[in-house]
Design a protein around this ligand. Structure first.
Ligand SMILES: *[C@@H]1O[C@H](CO)[C@@H](O)[C@H](O)[C@H]1NC(C)=O
Ligand SMILES: *[C@@H]1O[C@H](CO)[C@@H](O)[C@H](O)[C@H]1NC(C)=O
Length: 802
């Protein structure tokens, strides 16, 4: 469009040139020049042509003066009356001429009659009606922080429509501590700003700057335009990483697991990007530390690689380095204190131990031991205790040492073994406890004598025993042990010096069995006593005694012995019986004794043989021989009676008595009454009745006796067939027809005898009968009488008649 316009303008100029050429042919005048200021409002007076051209006052109108502007750009008006040339509208120099300077516009003044063309130029002068303008609203700059002071950074210039003085004059920048701006002129004359670095930049201090750049023109008053300058400071690696803390103090329990996060260290680098990328590592770490710790290169987490042990190492000093991508690095130190955890139980170490300990000792040392705990602090403090129901106590002796002592003398017999449990506990949390059991044996001391099970023993021996018969066992116990309890039995003294104990009794030293060495004889020794001793084998040995009573039991081994009538007389004793004797007349009384005792000495009498049967009767229980009928002249004068005296033993023993009775006529006294019976007639009557009764009784008792005899004989045979093993003494009531002759009281007063006490035996324990009847050979027993072969007839002991 503009070029179109320019083309048209050129065409006009060519036409105009030809026109001028015609004009110049007509007249040639010099160029008139005028000027006007742009942007003037309303009509502007340019010049008065009348005056300029030197024309008369009406000449202009007469000659038809015209003003022609090139392309009718100018709105010029000519006042033909006055000759004033006026500009009728506002003109804009920038529009008309742009940056062309000076801005000249041609116009002609045409005059006719004669034709005259006057050339004129109008110069439009500039006023400062435009401000400088930056094309960019913001200028972006990137400047490395390493740029040196003095470095320049050219910037884009601003533009100003005005020209000349009113064009851009200089640039200024808002106040800052880094830059100033220089206004430079290009070869074409345009001015541009140049930023100059005054002091070094520091990205870490100011990563970006915002400046205002102002362009000013030279008008009056000056106009200005601004733009922003944004400067980004580019990083270089000029900062070392820095830890938040130089020292970290951490406490780690020793039982922390592997992988436990101890601490996270953190370092920062003021640089950015790769310059600020930090990696952590252990610095100058010993083997111990590299084994124990690991650090994460990116997060800085320090973790446990291995279990800690307070007892080995209490603290670690870990150096950590933080390094950025460049060469810079920073260091920090982590002081790791290991905290003790009660992870060790206390220990007991026995250093001395006496076992066994003898009983009966006062306060004795049993053991010495030490206690220890590897932990420290409260975790390592130890309390030591034991059961309190034992006769032992603990005594602290020195640091961590204890002595175990007995409280009092121990008694092995009440307790021979103690299990002492020593408990050690530390004071940590939780408490850890160790127990140790010491078994203490109490050794024996011979402090207990053997003790018999009874203080006295009573042993019964049947007489006539077989030699070496076991008669009983004594027994003692000893509460000691071992040889202190090994008991040896022995026979001790007897009170009776005449008793040859050693020949009678022996004892088994090991088991206390008592033996009768030889056959004992009840009749010679009914009882005796002696002491036995029990001795242990301790050192010194202890012993104790017990009394043993031996009671010899009677066996029916003695036949009854007839005291009256004497049976060894060469001329046997003869009883005289008056023929006039009434029935029941007491002829004599057979007196017999039996050296046995009890039932074996209960005697019964019976008439065995008589010259004339039925004439005499024998009272079974007292041996009285009485007539049983009236005597007559026809009766033979001489009678021989054989009586059997039998004891109640089992089997029984018996003896026979031979009586000689002589009937006499001249015996003045027909009836010999019993001494105690008084004679009066009334009594005679009674006596008669009595005799009748007696006769009856005698008959019946004879019958009874024979029955008994029969029974007795058969029993005797049966017993004998049973080989006579034991000598049992039947206890109980004796039959009424038997008489006990073991005591003097049972004999009738007329046959009292005195028992002689032998020798110097004051105790009267033993009765000795002196043999007065040498033999009974003259009086053989019938076959049915000598059945009991145990019965002895040879008297060893004698009895004296009074
Ligand atoms: C002591 O301990 C041992 C072994 O445990 C046991 O055999 C014994 O009976 C205990 N003794 C006492 C007196 O408790
Ligand atoms: C009968 O025995 C007694 C006592 O031993 C004696 O004293 C007496 O002389 C003896 N008589 C005859 C005849 O042997």
């Amino acid at each position: 469009m503009e070029t179109g316009r320019k083309l048209a303008l050129r065409q006009r100029q060519v036409l105009f040139f030809f026109f001028l050429l015609r004009l110049s042919l007509a007249s040639a005048r010099e160029l008139k020049r005028y000027s006007v200021v742009e942007e003037r409002e309303g009509r502007s007076f340019i010049t008065n042509l009348v005056n300029d051209l030197g024309l008369g006052p009406l000449e202009l109108s007469k000659r038809g003066a015209k003003v022609i502007s090139k392309g009718n750009k100018l709105h010029l008006q000519l006042d033909q009356e006055t000759g004033d040339l006026l500009l009728t509208e506002k003109v804009d120099r920038e529009e008309l001429c742009g940056h062309t300077e000076p801005c000249l516009l041609r116009f002609q003044v045409l005059l006719d009659n004669p034709l005259d063309i006057i050339q004129a130029e109008l110069e439009v002068t500039d006023i400062n009606d435009h401000s400088p303008v930056f094309l960019d609203k913001e200028i972006q700059l990137k400047i490395s922080e390493s740029s040196l002071p003095g470095t320049t950074f050219p910037l884009k210039n601003a533009q100003d429509m005005d020209v000349g003085q009113n064009g851009i004059d200089n640039y200024i920048v808002s106040s800052n501590s880094y830059f100033h701006v220089l206004t430079r002129k290009r070869s074409d004359g345009k001015k541009y700003p140049e930023l100059v670095l005054d002091t070094s930049l520091d990205r870490e201090e100011e990563a970006e700057l915002g400046l205002i750049l102002t362009a000013k023109d030279g008008g009056s008053p000056p106009r200005s335009g601004t733009t922003k300058v944004h400067i980004e400071v580019l990083d270089i690696n000029d900062n070392a990483p820095q830890f938040e803390q130089l020292y970290y103090r951490v406490q780690v329990p020793e039982d922390s697991p592997v992988g436990f996060l101890i601490v996270t260290v953190s370092a920062t680098d003021k640089d950015i990007g790769v310059n600020g990328e930090i990696s952590y590592s252990l610095f100058q770490a010993s083997d111990d530390i590299t084994k124990t710790f690991s650090i994460h290169p990116l997060t800085g987490e320090l973790r446990l690689k291995e279990q800690l042990d307070f007892e080995k190492t209490q603290s670690y000093e870990v150096n950590v380095e933080a390094r950025d991508a460049g060469t810079f690095s920073g260091k920090c130190t982590i002081l790791t204190q290991v905290m003790d955890v009660n992870d060790h139980a206390p220990e007991i170490i026995l250093s001395a131990f006496t076992n066994p300990i003898p009983e009966n000792l006062p306060e004795t040392m049993v053991a010495v031991f030490s206690v220890s705990d590897l932990d420290s602090g409260e975790n390592g403090k130890i309390k030591c205790s034991m059961q309190d129901d034992l006769p032992f106590f603990l005594k602290p002796s020195g640091e961590n040492f204890y002595t175990l002592l007995t409280h009092k003398a121990l008694d092995r017999e009440s307790r021979a073994e103690y299990n002492i449990t020593i408990t050690v506990t530390d004071l940590g949390t939780p408490r850890l406890t160790t127990q140790h059991t010491i078994t203490v044996q109490v050794s024996d001391i011979n402090d207990n004598a053997p003790a018999f099970t009874q203080t006295s023993y009573t042993l019964f021996v049947q007489e006539n025993n077989s030699p070496a018969l076991h008669i009983g066992t004594i027994s003692a116990t000893d509460s000691d042990s071992g040889s202190n309890a090994h008991i040896t039995y022995s026979l001790l003294s007897t009170h009776n010096p005449q008793l040859a104990l050693a020949s009678l009794i022996s004892i088994n030293a090991n088991n206390g069995q008592l033996f009768a060495l030889r056959a004992l004889d009840y009749e010679s020794l009914q009882t005796f006593q002696f002491h036995v001793g029990a001795t242990d084998q301790g050192s010194p040995a202890l012993s104790s005694q017990a009394l043993v009573h031996i009671i010899v039991l009677d066996a029916n081994d003695n036949a009854p012995f007839v005291l009256y009538p004497l049976q060894n007389a060469s001329a046997p004793c003869t009883e005289l019986l008056p023929r006039a004797a009434e029935p029941g007349y007491l002829v004599t009384k057979v007196v017999a004794v039996d050296q046995d005792s009890g039932q074996n000495a209960w005697l019964s009498f019976q008439l065995l043989k008589a010259t004339e049967p039925g004439m005499f009767s024998v009272w079974a229980h007292n041996g009285e021989v009485r007539t049983s009928r009236l005597l007559s002249e026809r009766d033979a004068p001489k009678h021989r009676l054989v009586l059997l005296v039998k004891d109640n033993g089992d089997p029984p023993c018996s003896a026979s008595v031979t009586l000689h009775v002589l009937l006499v006529d001249g015996f003045s006294q027909p009836y010999l009454p019993l001494p105690e019976v008084a004679h009066d007639p009334v009594q005679d009557e009674d006596m008669l009745t009595l005799y009748l009764v007696i006769a009856l009784a005698s008959v019946s008792s004879l019958f009874l006796l024979s029955v008994l005899l029969f029974v007795g004989v058969s029993l005797c045979r049966r017993a004998r067939a049973a080989s006579l093993g034991g000598f049992s003494v039947p206890e109980g009531h004796f039959p009424g027809h038997l008489v006990d002759v073991s005591g003097a009281g049972t004999l009738s007063q007329s046959y009292q005898y005195e028992v002689c006490l032998k020798g110097n035996s004051e105790t009267g324990e033993f009765k000795f009968l002196k043999p007065i009847l040498p033999n009974f050979q003259d009086y053989p027993l019938g076959p049915e009488l000598g059945e009991n072969s145990n019965c002895r007839n040879d008297w060893e002991l004698g009895i004296q008649l009074k």
